[in-house]
Each structure stands twice: as structure tokens, then as C-alpha cells.
Design a protein around this ligand. Sequence first.
Ligand code: 1YM
Length: 686
Amino acid sequence: MAEKTAKNKAYSAESIQVLEGLEPVRKRPGMYIGTTGTDGLHHLIWEIFDNARDEAMGGFANDIEVTLLPGNRVRVTDNGRGIPVDIHKQTKVSALETIMTTLHAGGKFGGEDGGYKVSGGLHGVGASVVNALSSYCKVTVHKDGGEYVQEYSQGKKKAAVKKIGSTKLSGTIVVFEPDKAIFPIIDFSFKRVVDHLRQQAYLVKGLRITVIDASKYEGKIKEEDVFKISELGLEIPSMSFYFEGGLLSLVKFYNSPLKPIHKNIFYVEKKINEYESVEVSLQYVDDISARILAFANNIHTPEGGTHLTGFKTALTRTLNTYGRKNNLIKESEDNFTGEDVLEGLTAVISVKLREIQFEGQTKGKLGTVEAQGTVNTVFSEAFTYFLEENPDDARAIINKVVLALKARKAAKAAKDSVLRKGALEGMTLPGKLADCQSKSAEDSELFIVEGDSAGGTAKTGRDRRTQAILPLRGKILNIERARLDRMLESEQIKNLVIALGTAIGDTFDISKLRYHKIIIATDADVDGAHIRTLILTLLYRFFRPLIDGGYIYIAQPPLYKIKKGKEIHYAYSDDEKAKVVGKDEVEEATEPQPEEEVAEVEEAEKDEKKTTKKSKVSIQRYKGLGEMNAEELWETTMDPERRILKQVTIEDGVAADKVFDILMGTDVPARKSFIQSNATKANLDV
Ligand code: 1YM
């Protein structure tokens, strides 16, 4: 809490609207916070934080601290004006008490005496909801030289608001403990709090947000002590965020691992009136995917909505107009589409609105109609000005979009040729495919293996009733970025597409999928990882439902075969190899065979007497599947009883997209290092 520096804006107790008591909240918590699971639990923090943040957005506070305390308690402080404590005319009790113990009480929106607050869906409902769902809650207010407190339990006050001392500080402190009777599991995630609040810090320029995890300091910290947290000499995890640049800083942060294609980051902030504003920042990078984040009243809208539509329309129009006017687009060339202008774009759009409506399944879509026109107008004007002021940036952007347009057309032409009526349909299964006997997709598996030699081995080793084998030649194709269209022209890929049975594009039909397990079995080296990535990219871009549906797997062939006397072990990692061999006991081998280490180890016999004897251990490193014989391949990689499969999932579409772009992009070192460090990561499904 800092010394009082507040701008003054008169608060009057009349400007509070009172609706009803808190029983409905405890009866149907889902109505107010969505769920009583982990989302709802964290929502409690956002709710209190939002009030502090609104105070900062009004220009009355610039410092907020969120602390996870021992005993499932959370503390939120701000250095704003402090929640009013004077007596409310209508209820004849303190304004603080009204705010905390009645539903929907809050500063009025607009009106002559004004409230600065902007409302937004679930977030507008306020501190009383948190109070109702907390077994303990305490609010401390520093205001006009006095320190006031009130405590509550399950939304009910324990006593009237008390003045407990004088103070030079100004601000509000809320401590709450979620009620175990409402939340079956109370386990706050520091990471989640940090992620949410970092994003919030970008949205409010000049606001410092500190997040502290003191939850593990049971007994070492009293609630009051937390004020002097730094003096306690404990190394408490904490993070502090402050971004002078607001959304511009966020764009910079997003683009930091990427390659911007122009120097200046576009930024506009325009206040429409006292309550409403539009803020947009963008920069293009050398990449094909788009990263667009949209917010309405600081609430993330993952499903987009009117503000995003307004932005996209304006972006497309502005770039077309500018490109034509400056002869950067050839006359013969078509106009850019909305899709073209998104390639490589990093953009953040944030609107503040008086009236806000959310739509969609998860209420993640802005419905407020006026937002579309407002964003469109504000952004077009500012972006046109930016392009004119920064001709180098403008040229780089237009050239990039022209490239996207060309790639789109080429991709479409290729897709059309593949899709030409009958092109796939009438086609017989490829000769390379060794199909399985079963006609039931549920029981059938397709192994995609690298090279004809591995293909031959797999054919011999497989269970032909249910396992089909499709060998793909070494490097399928060296696909360059934005040239996925080329992939579909390749004979190899056509084979794969036909084997899958679903067709592609508009005619894609998942019910025609011929195998419910599609297993990519490439070699355990960098080339193998590359081919696997190409296949995954193809699937990701054109067969996304197969990934979403959990049909795609990656085989896990062993890296080593270890012979210890008569025993044979397979090791799937270096760690495992070390364990099997007994790392410390391995002596330097003399004249090791290529790809073969021979070591003498002390081996503990498994019989009761536990005698030890020297035995020969030979280690064979498998470079590729082709090096295994059919039996070995079956035992280690194909037998459903023994093999390890990693299921390919797309947990986070954005992250996956980024990965594919690194892999497909022109940044070769980044791609190499990514492949090497991630070659063995994925979900295990045995
Ligand atoms: C840690 C949580 O709630 N801060 C906070 C809340 C309010 C004010 C200041 C505030 C608002 C106004 C005037 C106004 C609230 N006031 C109200 C109500 N931090 C936290 N800081 N003075 C102070 O809206 O005009 C609701 S929230 F209803 F009193 F206006």
C-alpha cells in the first residue's frame, strides 16, 4: 500500500444499486462462477482482482498484489481509494457492508454522478459472490486517514464495520478462504494465477501486479505479516509484472521467439468516451500461422466476436487499398482475402465497452454489435496512417501478404487437382500398401514405416489380420513453408491419403476412415523425426479430426538391444540402457563393434544365494527399424501386448500451430533443436 495519491472523483453512497441477499449464490454457485471445480475456484481470485484492477483503470491505483496464503487463503491488495465505508442511505449501513453482503451491488454504470466501472459477464458480479462462497472473508480499508475492517463467514458479517486505527495509507485488502462445503477440492495453482495476471498486466498500462506464493509457509506467516513479506527472510516465490507499453509489450513478447518482418510495431489506443475505448497492436512475422488475442473489458474472448470481425474486415480493406494505391499489388492480381492478411500476423485487440454481451458455448464471444463498427473505424484510420508513415514496414507487410495470396492459390489448385472428381475415390489402394485382412476399422491399424526395407520387415513381423503396413520413401518431400500444396501432389502422400480412406478437403468423411489406429513408425534419429513431423503436419493441416479423435499414434521402437548372458533386454532410452547394464560397473570395452558396445559387468544373479559372476554384455544400438529382424520388430514395436505407443494429442491448438511452424519454417537451427529436444516427448499410451 502506498501513500494516498488518489485522483479525486466524488463517490456518493447513493450511486449503489441494491438487489438481493446472498442465499442464491450458495444455492447455485455455478450460476455465478461457472463451476465449483478448479475454474470456479480461481474465478474467485479474478473476481476480487477485477475490482482492484478497475480501480487501477480508473487511474486511482497502480499497484496490486495477489498472495496465496497458507490454509487455502488468498489475499488481494490495491493502493486505490479504498472501498467506501460511509453509510449508505438506502440500507442505513456502511457501503462496504452493502457491497460485501448483497448481490449485484456495485458502483453504478454511467449516470450523472458517474461510476467508472465497466461490467463484463461473470466478472461484473463482484465481491459479494466471493464472500458468499467463502468460509472466511475479511476486508480492510485504508481511507481518509482511517483503517476500517469487517469480517464475514459464508457471506454473513460477523460484526459491523469497525474503525481500528488511523493510517497514512490508502487502499483495499481482501482476504478470503473458499468454503470447503462449496468447493470439493481447494488447490490454487500459482502458475495459473501468474499466467492470468501477467496477461492482465499487459492490458492495463503502467499497473504493477505482484503475485506471491506463500501457501507453503504454514506457521511461518501470519495473515498480517504478509505485508512485510520481504523482511521475513524467507525465499518466497513471487513474480512482478509491469508493462509500460500495454498491448504493444504483449505483441513484442509474443514475437520475441519469432522473426518480425518489419521493424515498427503498430499501436493505437483511442478513447471513444469516458467509458469506452479501442486498443490494437500488431506486427507481422515470418511465419504462416496467426496469433490473435482479443479482449472485451479485459476478458479474453477466445471465440472472437464483433470486435474481431471489425478488426479483420478493416485489416483486409486497409491493406488492399494501400497496396493498390501504391502499386504494390499487380493490377492482374486478385484482392487479398481475409485469410491472406492473417498469415504471420500477431495482433492483440482490446475493447472497453459500457454495454457488453457475451455469446457462444463458453461465453467466450463478444456479441455487442456496436463494437464491430467502432473497432473497424478506429483501426482503419490509425492503420492507414501507420502504413503511410512507415513505407518500409508497409512494403514488407504487403509483400508478405502477396506471398500468402500466391501460396493460397497454388494450394487450392493442387487440392482441386487431387480432389478432381474421382481422383481419389475411384483409385485403388496403393500397391505399396500391405493391407490387413480385417475390414473393421475399429480393429485395424495402419503402420506408416520409413523405407522399403523396414516395410519388408514389418510385413513379415506383423499380425496380418489387423495390421496394415504402408512404407514411405526416405524423405517424402522437402516441404518448404507455405508449400503444403506440394505435399498433396506427391505420389507418396496420395498413397497415404487413399490408404486412410477419408478423402480430403470438402469431401473429408471421418466415417470412411479405414484404420482406427494410425501408427507412425519412423526411425529414432533426426531424419526419422523430420519425416514424422511432415506426416504430422499433413495430418494437422488436412486431417485435423484424426488428431482430435485420438487416432494418431507414434510407435516407440527401442534404441538398444542388450544381451546379458542369455537374457535379452530392450532399452527405449539411454537412462534405461544404463539401468539395465549397470552404468557404473561398465568397463571400457576393447575394440567395440560398430554400433555395438561390449562390456564386462558384475551381474547379480537372481538366485537366492546372490552370487555374482562376470558375464558378457553386448549392446546393439538400433539406428532404424530396418536393422531389426521381423521377430524383434514384432516383440518391441508392433505387438499390442508389449509395444509402447504415444498418442498424438493437440491439447493446445495454438502451441501445436507454433511447433509446426518452427518445424516447417525457414529457421533451420530452431527447427533442428526443436526436433532433437522433443523427439521423445508426447503422451504415453501403452
Ligand atoms: C482488493 C480488492 O475492491 N478495490 C476497490 C473497490 C472499489 C473502490 C476502490 C471504489 C470505487 C468507487 C469509489 C466508485 C469499489 N467501490 C465500489 C462502490 N480491491 C477493491 N477500490 N471509491 C472507491 O465506484 O465510485 C464497488 S468496488 F460500490 F462502492 F462504488
